[in-house]
Design a binder for this molecule. Structure first.
Ligand SMILES: Nc1ncnc2c1ncn2[C@@H]1O[C@H](COP(=O)(O)OP(=O)(O)O)[C@@H](O)[C@H]1O
Ligand SMILES: [Mg+2]
Length: 235
């Protein structure tokens, strides 16, 4: 089976001349279906840059990106957007939910954008939120939810269009460690690996190594083998 995601010699340089910053330096990353990969590293090491390129939100300066067997590096804006909707789910530290919408509506909106409409979208949103233990919070707005609940709504939304790959940038950053672990366990074990979905997680949370298949270490834009070069003192 093809890799869900391949970064081939990917580099990203922000700016130019004297102020240029090489945020990613010849990164190679292959992620298989159902694989859970952690990316760890100090602040400013290029984690968000890497995830943004994997998420087709930022174009690399050099290198190729392949997704589900297809080279997508040169896709235009419209094809990128369609592919993001179909193949990718995003989970962010700040949840990024729409405050004016209820939990159910936040999930429905993404379903609608993916072409699932009306009652079908409603039913699917409810089913997802129930799977994440939020059956009693369907009509609550984000402001009336706890951090863990908000992140579970965000995960429901990321799963809405059943993408083969989920990208999470410090998803437990605003949660206490127990809640963070529980939420990620739910995502990774039940809804990720068991369904053949791959998940790439940027995190400072060492406990997530128990859930992941491998952990990689990023430093100065270079990706190393987490098991060889991993140094927990740097975190
Ligand atoms: N839009 C940008 N323009 C210029 N430099 C940036 C931009 N985004 C990030 N950087 C720089 O790139 C490096 C990596 O940033 P980032 O990917 O956000 O790291 P991390 O997520 O690991 O903290 C940092 O030196 C940061 O200052
Ligand atoms: Mg970051």
């Amino acid at each position: 089976m093809d890799n869900v995601l391949e970064l081939q010699n990917v580099s990203k340089i922000y700016g130019s001349g004297r102020t240029a910053v090489k945020a990613s330096d010849s990164i190679n990353l292959h992620v298989k279906p159902g694989e859970i990969v952690l990316i760890m590293g100090p602040s400013g090491s290029g984690k968000t840059t890497l995830l943004s390129m994997a998420g087709l939100l930022l174009r690399p300066t050099e290198g190729r990106i392949r997704m589900v067997g297809e080279d997508v590096t040169d896709f235009g804006q419209r094809r990128m957007a369609a592919l993001r909707l179909r193949s990718l789910g995003f989970v962010f530290q700040a949840y990024n939910l729409l405050g004016a919408l209820t939990a159910r509506e936040n999930v429905e909106l993404v379903l609608n954008m993916g072409g699932v409409k009306g009652r079908k979208a409603q039913e699917r949103a409810i089913e997802l939120l129930e799977m994440l233990g939020l059956g009693h919070r369907l009509d609550h707005k984000p402001a009336d939810l706890s951090g863990g609940e908000k992140q579970r709504v965000a995960i429901s939304r990321a799963l809405a269009n059943d993408p083969p790959l989920i990208l999470a940038d410090e998803p437990t950053g605003n949660l206490d460690s127990k809640t963070g672990y529980e939420v990620m366990e739910l995502l990774c074990c039940g809804l990720g690996r068991d369904q053949g979905r791959a998940i790439v997680i940027v995190t400072h949370d060492h406990r997530l190594r128990d859930i992941a298949d491998r952990a990689l270490w990023l430093e100065d834009g270079q990706l190393g083998d987490g098991d060889g070069r991993f140094d927990p003192r740097k975190n």
